[in-house]
Design a protein around this ligand. Structure first.
Ligand SMILES: *[C@@H]1O[C@H](CO)[C@@H](O)[C@H](O)[C@H]1NC(C)=O
Ligand SMILES: *[C@@H]1O[C@H](CO)[C@@H](O)[C@H](O)[C@H]1NC(C)=O
Length: 413
């Protein structure tokens, strides 16, 4: 009875966006979608590479596939454009415009197309004088550019931080664009890189960032490599005391795109990225080619149990619980007093490692108190059954791989 009361109270509290979040009603769970950057970069050569240049054709093809191949049904809703969509100059009225060769219909028509598929469109701009690739920046144009995006019926803005000459301009710019988006009256997810550009100078004020942004990048761009994924995980664990508690409904730490389905990660490393992005309550923005993706990568990215952990309504980010030799244990509290636990094998030589975990040590000692039912979700789904608090769980984990578990309270019969 007491437990039920607690649960009802907790659920009532969790229903609302977390304290101090940007009040636009968006990203109550981490944003899911597709973002062109890591896979397609600033490829503007549509003559030589018509199928992989940044063009309306690329986004229309991805929109079609997001619907026909189950991505939308799995939750991936935002189709996002990154840098290099613009013409090199503003139009005669001073407004941003799309490159006329690569986006002949303009962004407004692309947004209509994306909306007709039941998806949402994301776009990219920069707080400074220029975008990172040298296209027009929004400095001095925050209100006009916000209005342009709203007129085009865009649903998400990724706002980069290149070419900004001072910390004050950086902070003011990110805040002003947030307010400008709000004034348009259109609901637009606001994805920031504000802390990433602040860290070299001093620790960002995350309480403040959360008031203005729906998610924020903390660390450099991901690339299609295991080293890059490892660096992001190491950074996230090192700074977890600073970044974990600030995340919640309406505002999330963004460790950058999912590179699953590309070239650089082995199968076990792809499992690690999916499992840990779920533990970290990270936005799930894939950057891959949905026209050419293996069935295995697709199944991993569309795994509904793992996505449910990422999208858990409690909205609490997980953390690294311990590091013991070559093993790391991460955990995340979930709604209904459940927990997700990820056990990573850091070893990069030899075969699978055995690791035995005492269940009393997981989930702040309550996850399995007095008992729990454990399901292994990754690398393959397997019901492991009923466990008592005093028992241990034996796992075997491939080098660079991860075992993702879900611990639930046994249903009372
Ligand atoms: C703008 O902000 C106000 C309060 O801060 C909020 O109630 C409103 O929903 C916001 N509007 C949009 C479009 O985000
Ligand atoms: C961080 O920002 C919040 C909200 O703007 C403010 O109340 C707080 O004093 C700031 N903290 C520091 C250490 O500056």
């Amino acid at each position: 009875m007491l437990a039920l009361h607690f649960l009802a109270l907790a659920l009532a509290l969790w229903g609302a966006p977390g304290a101090g979040a940007l009040d636009n009603g968006l990203s109550l769970t981490p944003t899911m979608g597709w973002l062109h950057w890591e896979r397609f970069l600033c490829n503007v050569d549509c003559k030589e590479e018509p199928d992989s240049c940044v063009s309306e054709q690329l986004f229309m093809q991805m929109a079609d596939l997001m619907v026909s191949d189950g991505w939308k049904d799995a939750g991936y809703q935002y189709l996002c454009i990154d840098d290099c969509w613009m013409a090199h100059t503003r139009d005669v009225k001073g407004n941003l415009q799309a490159d006329p060769q690569r986006f002949p219909g303009g962004i407004r028509r692309l947004a209509n197309y994306v909306h007709s598929k039941g998806l949402k469109l994301g776009i990219y701009a920069d707080v400074g004088r220029k975008t990172c690739e040298g296209y027009p920046g929004s400095l001095g144009h925050y209100d006009a550019d916000a209005k342009t995006f709203a007129d085009w019926e865009v649903d998400l803005l990724k706002f980069d931080g290149c070419y900004c000459d001072s910390l004050k301009h950086l902070a003011d710019g990110y805040k002003q664009m947030s307010l400008a988006l709000n004034r348009t009256g259109r609901s637009i997810v606001y994805s920031c890189e504000w802390p990433l550009y602040m860290w070299p100078f001093h620790q960002p004020n995350y309480t403040e960032i959360r008031q203005y942004c729906n998610h924020w990048r903390n660390f450099g761009d991901i690339s299609d490599s295991w080293q890059s994924v490892k660096n992001i995980l190491d950074w996230s664990a090192s700074y977890q005391d600073t970044i974990v508690d600030v995340a919640g409904p309406g505002g999330w730490n963004d460790p950058d795109m999912l590179v699953i389905g590309n070239f650089g990660l082995s199968w076990d490393q792809q499992v690690t990225q999916m499992a840990l992005w779920a533990i970290m309550a990270a936005p799930l923005l894939m950057s891959n080619d949905l026209r050419h993706i293996s069935p295995q990568a697709k199944a991993l990215l569309q795994d509904k149990d793992v996505i449910a952990i990422n999208q858990d309504p409690l909205g609490k980010q997980g953390y690294r619980l311990r590091k013991q030799g070559d093993i790391e244990v991460w955990e995340r509290p979930l709604a209904s007093l459940s927990w997700a636990v990820a056990i990573r094998n850091l070893k990069e030589l030899g075969g699978p490692s055995s690791y035995t975990v005492s269940l009393a040590s997981l989930g702040r000692a309550v996850a399995c108190n007095p008992a729990c039912v454990i399901t292994q979700l990754l690398p393959v789904k397997e019901e492991l059954g009923f466990f008592e608090w005093v028992s241990v769980l034996k796992t075997r984990i491939n080098p660079t791989g991860t075992v993702l578990l879900q611990l639930k309270k046994p249903t009372v019969s």
